[in-house]
Design a protein around this ligand. Structure first.
Ligand code: 9MG
Length: 255
Protein backbone atom coordinates (compact mmCIF):
# COMPACT_ATOMS: atom_id res chain seq x y z
CA UNK A 1 0.00 0.00 0.00
CA UNK A 2 1.57 3.25 -1.16
CA UNK A 3 0.77 6.46 0.72
CA UNK A 4 -0.33 9.74 -0.88
CA UNK A 5 -1.20 12.42 1.68
CA UNK A 6 -3.16 15.25 0.08
CA UNK A 7 -2.62 17.49 3.10
CA UNK A 8 -0.49 20.50 3.97
CA UNK A 9 0.89 18.95 7.15
CA UNK A 10 1.22 15.17 7.21
CA UNK A 11 4.31 14.26 9.15
CA UNK A 12 6.49 12.92 6.38
CA UNK A 13 5.22 14.31 3.08
CA UNK A 14 2.95 17.17 4.17
CA UNK A 15 2.32 19.72 1.45
CA UNK A 16 4.04 17.83 -1.36
CA UNK A 17 0.86 16.45 -2.91
CA UNK A 18 -1.70 19.10 -2.02
CA UNK A 19 -1.47 20.11 -5.64
CA UNK A 20 -3.90 17.81 -7.49
CA UNK A 21 -1.71 16.86 -10.51
CA UNK A 22 1.18 16.14 -8.14
CA UNK A 23 -1.00 13.82 -6.05
CA UNK A 24 -2.24 11.98 -9.14
CA UNK A 25 1.29 11.65 -10.50
CA UNK A 26 2.57 10.35 -7.16
CA UNK A 27 -0.23 7.76 -6.98
CA UNK A 28 0.60 6.56 -10.50
CA UNK A 29 4.30 6.47 -9.69
CA UNK A 30 3.69 4.32 -6.61
CA UNK A 31 1.40 1.98 -8.56
CA UNK A 32 4.05 1.70 -11.28
CA UNK A 33 6.61 0.78 -8.63
CA UNK A 34 4.42 -2.07 -7.46
CA UNK A 35 1.89 -0.74 -4.97
CA UNK A 36 -1.21 -2.92 -5.23
CA UNK A 37 -3.21 -0.35 -3.26
CA UNK A 38 -2.78 3.43 -3.14
CA UNK A 39 -4.00 5.04 0.10
CA UNK A 40 -5.07 8.66 -0.32
CA UNK A 41 -6.03 10.93 2.56
CA UNK A 42 -7.18 14.52 2.88
CA UNK A 43 -6.99 14.89 6.66
CA UNK A 44 -3.78 14.71 8.65
CA UNK A 45 -3.97 12.72 11.91
CA UNK A 46 -0.64 14.10 13.04
CA UNK A 47 -0.77 15.54 16.61
CA UNK A 48 -1.37 19.28 16.43
CA UNK A 49 -2.49 19.35 12.81
CA UNK A 50 -5.12 21.88 11.80
CA UNK A 51 -8.67 20.49 11.62
CA UNK A 52 -10.05 20.17 8.11
CA UNK A 53 -13.72 20.61 7.21
CA UNK A 54 -15.68 17.86 5.52
CA UNK A 55 -15.98 20.02 2.39
CA UNK A 56 -12.24 20.56 2.25
CA UNK A 57 -11.50 16.87 2.82
CA UNK A 58 -13.83 15.96 -0.04
CA UNK A 59 -12.37 18.66 -2.30
CA UNK A 60 -8.90 17.22 -1.71
CA UNK A 61 -9.63 13.56 -2.30
CA UNK A 62 -12.49 13.28 -4.82
CA UNK A 63 -10.76 14.74 -7.91
CA UNK A 64 -7.71 12.59 -7.22
CA UNK A 65 -9.82 9.49 -6.71
CA UNK A 66 -11.78 10.16 -9.90
CA UNK A 67 -8.54 10.42 -11.88
CA UNK A 68 -7.35 7.04 -10.57
CA UNK A 69 -10.32 4.93 -11.64
CA UNK A 70 -8.09 2.16 -12.98
CA UNK A 71 -6.23 1.69 -9.67
CA UNK A 72 -7.18 0.04 -6.40
CA UNK A 73 -7.55 3.10 -4.19
CA UNK A 74 -8.01 3.17 -0.43
CA UNK A 75 -9.34 6.32 1.21
CA UNK A 76 -8.05 7.24 4.63
CA UNK A 77 -10.95 8.93 6.40
CA UNK A 78 -12.85 8.96 9.69
CA UNK A 79 -15.99 10.63 8.31
CA UNK A 80 -18.99 8.57 7.16
CA UNK A 81 -20.00 11.22 4.59
CA UNK A 82 -16.52 11.09 3.07
CA UNK A 83 -16.67 7.28 3.07
CA UNK A 84 -19.94 7.36 1.14
CA UNK A 85 -18.69 9.89 -1.40
CA UNK A 86 -15.42 8.03 -1.84
CA UNK A 87 -17.18 4.72 -2.43
CA UNK A 88 -19.54 6.33 -4.94
CA UNK A 89 -16.46 7.69 -6.73
CA UNK A 90 -14.87 4.23 -6.98
CA UNK A 91 -12.77 3.68 -3.84
CA UNK A 92 -12.00 0.02 -3.17
CA UNK A 93 -11.10 0.34 0.48
CA UNK A 94 -11.81 2.56 3.48
CA UNK A 95 -8.89 3.02 5.85
CA UNK A 96 -10.36 4.27 9.11
CA UNK A 97 -7.94 5.09 11.94
CA UNK A 98 -11.01 5.16 14.22
CA UNK A 99 -12.13 1.65 13.22
CA UNK A 100 -15.64 2.70 12.06
CA UNK A 101 -16.48 4.22 15.45
CA UNK A 102 -18.11 7.42 14.11
CA UNK A 103 -21.92 7.34 14.15
CA UNK A 104 -23.09 6.19 10.73
CA UNK A 105 -19.79 4.62 9.69
CA UNK A 106 -21.15 1.08 9.45
CA UNK A 107 -24.06 2.28 7.33
CA UNK A 108 -21.66 4.16 5.06
CA UNK A 109 -19.69 1.05 4.09
CA UNK A 110 -22.20 -1.80 4.55
CA UNK A 111 -23.84 -1.76 1.12
CA UNK A 112 -20.62 -1.55 -0.85
CA UNK A 113 -18.21 -4.43 -1.34
CA UNK A 114 -15.22 -2.38 -0.22
CA UNK A 115 -12.48 -3.61 2.04
CA UNK A 116 -12.21 -1.89 5.43
CA UNK A 117 -9.13 -1.34 7.55
CA UNK A 118 -9.94 -1.22 11.29
CA UNK A 119 -7.09 0.47 13.15
CA UNK A 120 -6.35 0.74 16.85
CA UNK A 121 -5.77 4.23 18.24
CA UNK A 122 -5.64 5.12 21.94
CA UNK A 123 -7.06 8.60 22.47
CA UNK A 124 -7.50 11.35 19.91
CA UNK A 125 -4.88 12.47 17.38
CA UNK A 126 -4.37 15.86 19.07
CA UNK A 127 -3.33 14.36 22.43
CA UNK A 128 -2.65 10.66 21.82
CA UNK A 129 1.13 10.92 22.20
CA UNK A 130 0.97 12.64 25.60
CA UNK A 131 2.22 9.83 27.84
CA UNK A 132 0.13 6.87 26.63
CA UNK A 133 -0.12 4.02 29.14
CA UNK A 134 -0.89 0.30 28.83
CA UNK A 135 -0.52 -2.60 31.25
CA UNK A 136 -0.06 -4.94 28.27
CA UNK A 137 -0.14 -3.08 24.98
CA UNK A 138 -0.49 -6.20 22.82
CA UNK A 139 -3.32 -7.66 24.88
CA UNK A 140 -5.17 -4.33 24.84
CA UNK A 141 -4.74 -3.78 21.10
CA UNK A 142 -5.74 -7.37 20.37
CA UNK A 143 -8.91 -7.17 22.48
CA UNK A 144 -9.85 -3.87 20.87
CA UNK A 145 -9.39 -5.27 17.36
CA UNK A 146 -11.23 -8.48 18.23
CA UNK A 147 -14.13 -6.34 19.42
CA UNK A 148 -14.14 -4.11 16.35
CA UNK A 149 -14.08 -7.10 14.00
CA UNK A 150 -17.01 -8.65 15.88
CA UNK A 151 -18.91 -5.35 15.85
CA UNK A 152 -18.34 -4.88 12.13
CA UNK A 153 -19.53 -8.42 11.42
CA UNK A 154 -22.59 -7.87 13.60
CA UNK A 155 -23.29 -4.70 11.61
CA UNK A 156 -23.36 -6.72 8.38
CA UNK A 157 -19.81 -6.22 7.11
CA UNK A 158 -18.41 -9.61 6.18
CA UNK A 159 -15.20 -10.71 7.84
CA UNK A 160 -13.64 -11.28 4.39
CA UNK A 161 -13.79 -7.53 3.83
CA UNK A 162 -11.83 -6.66 6.98
CA UNK A 163 -8.20 -5.87 7.64
CA UNK A 164 -6.80 -5.06 11.12
CA UNK A 165 -4.01 -2.68 12.03
CA UNK A 166 -2.37 -2.10 15.44
CA UNK A 167 -1.88 1.58 14.63
CA UNK A 168 1.83 2.10 15.17
CA UNK A 169 2.35 5.56 16.68
CA UNK A 170 -1.33 6.15 17.40
CA UNK A 171 -1.35 6.56 21.18
CA UNK A 172 1.81 4.46 21.50
CA UNK A 173 5.36 5.43 22.42
CA UNK A 174 8.46 3.85 20.91
CA UNK A 175 8.52 1.07 23.51
CA UNK A 176 4.88 0.22 22.82
CA UNK A 177 5.50 0.19 19.06
CA UNK A 178 8.50 -2.13 19.38
CA UNK A 179 6.58 -4.49 21.67
CA UNK A 180 3.67 -4.64 19.23
CA UNK A 181 6.02 -5.26 16.32
CA UNK A 182 7.84 -8.03 18.20
CA UNK A 183 4.54 -9.68 19.15
CA UNK A 184 2.72 -9.05 15.85
CA UNK A 185 2.05 -12.80 15.39
CA UNK A 186 -0.36 -12.57 18.34
CA UNK A 187 -2.51 -10.14 16.36
CA UNK A 188 -2.32 -12.34 13.28
CA UNK A 189 -3.99 -15.03 15.45
CA UNK A 190 -7.26 -13.10 15.05
CA UNK A 191 -7.46 -14.61 11.56
CA UNK A 192 -7.89 -11.29 9.75
CA UNK A 193 -5.17 -9.87 7.47
CA UNK A 194 -2.82 -7.52 9.32
CA UNK A 195 -1.80 -4.14 7.89
CA UNK A 196 1.31 -2.46 9.31
CA UNK A 197 2.17 1.21 8.90
CA UNK A 198 5.65 1.95 10.19
CA UNK A 199 7.14 3.84 7.25
CA UNK A 200 9.20 6.90 8.33
CA UNK A 201 7.52 7.00 11.74
CA UNK A 202 9.01 8.68 14.79
CA UNK A 203 10.02 5.41 16.45
CA UNK A 204 12.54 5.03 13.62
CA UNK A 205 13.73 8.54 14.38
CA UNK A 206 14.10 7.61 18.06
CA UNK A 207 16.12 4.50 17.23
CA UNK A 208 18.37 6.00 14.57
CA UNK A 209 18.48 9.71 15.34
CA UNK A 210 17.47 10.39 11.72
CA UNK A 211 15.08 13.11 10.53
CA UNK A 212 11.99 12.03 8.65
CA UNK A 213 13.54 12.27 5.18
CA UNK A 214 16.44 9.99 6.17
CA UNK A 215 14.46 7.05 7.52
CA UNK A 216 14.43 4.78 4.47
CA UNK A 217 16.79 2.12 5.86
CA UNK A 218 14.95 2.08 9.18
CA UNK A 219 11.62 1.84 7.36
CA UNK A 220 12.83 -1.12 5.31
CA UNK A 221 14.04 -2.90 8.44
CA UNK A 222 10.63 -2.31 10.00
CA UNK A 223 8.92 -3.61 6.85
CA UNK A 224 10.90 -6.84 6.98
CA UNK A 225 10.12 -7.33 10.66
CA UNK A 226 6.43 -6.72 10.00
CA UNK A 227 6.44 -9.30 7.20
CA UNK A 228 8.11 -11.81 9.50
CA UNK A 229 5.48 -11.05 12.12
CA UNK A 230 2.67 -11.90 9.71
CA UNK A 231 1.68 -8.55 8.19
CA UNK A 232 0.29 -8.97 4.69
CA UNK A 233 -0.20 -5.30 3.82
CA UNK A 234 2.56 -2.73 4.38
CA UNK A 235 1.55 0.94 4.29
CA UNK A 236 4.66 2.70 2.97
CA UNK A 237 5.96 5.82 1.30
CA UNK A 238 8.87 4.10 -0.48
CA UNK A 239 7.21 1.46 -2.62
CA UNK A 240 10.06 0.53 -4.98
CA UNK A 241 12.46 -0.20 -2.14
CA UNK A 242 9.82 -2.02 -0.08
CA UNK A 243 9.01 -4.25 -3.06
CA UNK A 244 12.66 -5.34 -3.03
CA UNK A 245 12.37 -6.23 0.66
CA UNK A 246 9.25 -8.27 -0.11
CA UNK A 247 11.00 -10.02 -3.01
CA UNK A 248 13.93 -11.02 -0.79
CA UNK A 249 11.64 -12.13 2.06
CA UNK A 250 9.45 -14.17 -0.28
CA UNK A 251 12.48 -15.86 -1.86
CA UNK A 252 13.86 -16.88 1.52
CA UNK A 253 10.46 -18.14 2.60
CA UNK A 254 10.17 -20.23 -0.56
CA UNK A 255 13.74 -21.61 -0.40
C1 9MG B 1 -3.48 7.24 7.93
N1 9MG B 1 -2.45 6.47 8.60
C2 9MG B 1 -1.29 6.94 9.10
N2 9MG B 1 -0.60 5.94 9.66
C3 9MG B 1 -1.35 4.82 9.50
C4 9MG B 1 -1.18 3.49 9.88
O1 9MG B 1 -0.13 3.07 10.55
N3 9MG B 1 -2.15 2.61 9.54
C5 9MG B 1 -3.26 3.03 8.88
N4 9MG B 1 -4.20 2.09 8.59
N5 9MG B 1 -3.47 4.28 8.50
C6 9MG B 1 -2.53 5.16 8.82
Amino acid sequence: MGVVNITPDSFSDGGRFLDRPAAIAQARKLAGEGAQIVDIGGESTRPGSAPVSEEEELARILPVLEALGDLCVSVDTRRPAVMRAALAAGASMINDVQALSAPGAYDAVRESACAVCLMHMKGEPATMQQDPHYDDVVAEVKEFLRGRVAAAEAAGIARERLVIDPGFGFGKNAGHNLTVLKRLPELAELGVPVLAGLSRKSTIGRLTGRPVDERLAGSLAMALLALQGGATILRVHDVKETRDVIAVWEAVRAA
